[in-house]
Ligand binder design. Structure first.
Ligand SMILES: *Cc1c(COP(=O)(O)O)cnc(C)c1O
Length: 393
C-alpha cells in the first residue's frame, strides 16, 4: 500500500475540477444575465463548509447559507484571503442580534414571517446607518417558511414603514416537488402564485428600485426555463449529484448532449486490520453473519458515527483493489468488517473506497442512498463533520 495517505482513519476527498465542471454546466443552463448562487447549507452538503467555500467562492455570484454564523465566517474568510466580498444570503432563522450584525456586515437575510415586524421596530432604535437587505419569502405551496398569499398585503404592510432599516431587495419562493415528478403542474401553480405575490408586494411596499425574483433550485434550473427569473439557488447539482432520477431523465429529454455532472466527493478509508477467520465463525454484533468458509476479513475504522448508514449491514460493499467487498454483519458505531478473501493475497493493510471510484468500479452516493432507503442529500449531509476533508486538484 502506498504510504502517502492522510494521517487519519477515513477521510473525504473534494475534487476541485468536478466543482468547476458542474459550475460551468449550470452557468450554461441559466440565462446570461442571471446570477448563479450556490447553497452551502448542511456543512456544504456534507462536503465541508470551509473547503467548499475556498473552492467555490470565485466561481459563483452569491452564496446562500442557513445559519448566520456561516455568513459571518464567509466575511472572515474574505478578509483573510483578500477576496472580493460576495453577496451572502442567510436562508434560515435568525435572532434580532444576528440581524443587526448582518446589516453591519452587508449580509442579506430572508423575511420569513410576522416576527420581522418586531425586528424592524427594534432595528429602528438600534439603527447604525446601514439598512438590512432582505428577501421576502412567499410560501407558494411548500408549506414551510414564508407568507402565504391570503391577505398578503396586510401581512407585509409593516415593510412599508421601515424601509430605511429593513430594505426589501428581492422576493423569493421555494418549490415543493419538482424533483419528484416529470410533469410540473404543481410547480406551475407555484409560479403563478409567485407572480401574483410579486405584484402584491410591489403594490404594498412601493419599492424605489426593481425587486429581484428567485425561486429556482438545482432541479428547476435544469428543467424549467420559466422558473429562472433573476438568480438561481443551486445546491446538490454543484456537488455533482442529480436532485433525483426523475430530474435527470427530464433534463436529458430537454437538452440534447446534456453535459455530465461530476460527483465532487469521495470517501476513503485505511484498514485497521486484515485477518483470517475460520469457517463457521461470526462477524459483528448480533452474530448476524456466519462465515460459510475460511475467510480473510478486513476491519475498517468507519461506522455509523461517521455517517456510514447502519442500513448497509450485510448489504453494502466497499471497493478494495478495484473489487467489490461485501459488508459482513452489522455496521457498528466506529467499525465495519468487509470480506477481502478474494481480493487480497495476504494480511497486509489495504485502502478502501466507500464512495467514489477504484479502477473500473465505482460506488455512487445514489447507490448508498438506495441501500439505506433514503436520498443522496441525506447520505452526504450526514457524513460526519469530524472527518478530514482534503481538496484535490
Ligand atoms: C436547499 C435549498 C435550495 C437548494 O436546493 P437543491 O435541490 O440542493 O438545489 C435552494 N433554495 C432553498 C430555499 C433551499 O432550502
Amino acid at each position: 500500500m502506498k504510504l502517502d495517505f492522510p494521517d487519519c482513519a477515513s477521510w473525504i476527498e473534494i475534487n476541485r475540477q468536478a466543482f468547476e465542471n458542474n459550475t460551468k454546466i449550470y452557468r450554461k443552463l441559466i440565462r446570461p444575465e442571471q446570477l448563479l448562487g450556490c447553497v452551502l447549507k448542511g456543512n456544504a452538503y456534507g462536503h465541508g463548509f470551509l473547503q467548499v467555500l475556498e473552492v467555490l467562492h470565485n466561481m459563483v455570484d452569491l452564496i446562500f447559507v442557513i445559519n448566520p454564523v456561516d455568513a459571518f465566517q464567509i466575511r472572515e474568510y474574505e478578509k483573510q484571503s483578500n477576496s472580493v466580498q460576495k453577496r451572502v444570503v442567510v436562508l434560515g432563522s435568525i435572532s434580532l442580534q444576528e440581524a443587526l450584525k448582518c446589516a453591519e456586515k452587508d449580509i442579506e437575510v430572508v423575511i420569513d414571517g410576522p416576527h420581522w415586524a418586531e425586528y424592524a421596530q427594534a432595528m429602528e432604535m438600534n439603527f447604525a446607518g446601514k439598512p438590512l437587505k432582505a428577501h421576502i419569502h412567499i410560501d407558494t405551496g411548500l408549506g414551510r417558511e414564508g407568507f402565504t398569499l391570503e391577505n398578503l398585503a396586510e401581512k407585509i404592510e409593516f415593510l412599508k414603514i421601515h424601509q430605511d432599516v429593513l430594505k426589501p431587495i428581492a422576493i423569493m419562493s421555494h418549490f415543493s416537488n419538482v424533483e419528484d415528478v416529470t410533469h410540473q403542474e404543481y410547480a406551475e401553480q407555484q409560479i403563478k402564485k409567485f407572480n401574483q405575490a410579486y405584484d402584491i408586494v410591489v403594490d404594498t411596499t412601493q419599492p424605489s428600485h426593481k425587486l429581484e425574483r428567485h425561486i429556482a433550485q438545482s432541479a428547476s434550473t435544469a428543467i424549467m426555463p420559466q422558473a429562472q427569473y433573476d438568480l438561481a439557488r443551486v445546491g446538490i447539482s454543484l456537488y455533482g449529484l442529480w436532485p433525483s432520477s426523475e430530474t435527470k431523465i427530464s433534463a436529458k429529454v430537454m437538452h440534447q448532449n446534456l453535459p455530465i455532472l461530476t460527483p465532487v466527493l469521495s470517501w476513503k478509508c485505511k484498514s485497521q486490520l486484515v485477518k483470517k477467520i475460520p469457517s463457521g465463525s461470526y462477524v459483528g454484533y448480533g452474530c448476524s453473519y456466519k462465515a460459510p468458509r475460511d475467510l480473510r476479513i478486513c476491519l475498517l475504522p468507519v461506522g455509523y458515527f461517521d455517517g456510514y448508514p447502519r442500513m448497509l449491514s450485510n448489504k453494502g460493499y466497499v471497493l478494495i483493489n478495484e473489487h467489490q467487498c461485501k459488508v459482513l454483519g452489522r455496521v457498528m458505531m466506529n467499525h465495519i468488517v468487509v470480506d477481502v478473501t478474494d481480493t487480497t493475497t495476504d494480511e497486509s493493510p489495504v485502502l478502501a473506497t466507500l464512495i467514489g471510484t477504484d479502477g473500473d468500479e465505482s460506488i455512487s452516493v445514489e447507490l448508498l442512498a438506495e441501500w439505506a432507503e433514503t436520498i443522496n442529500y441525506e447520505i452526504v449531509t450526514r457524513i460526519g463533520a469530524h472527518l478530514k476533508r482534503i481538496v484535490v486538484d
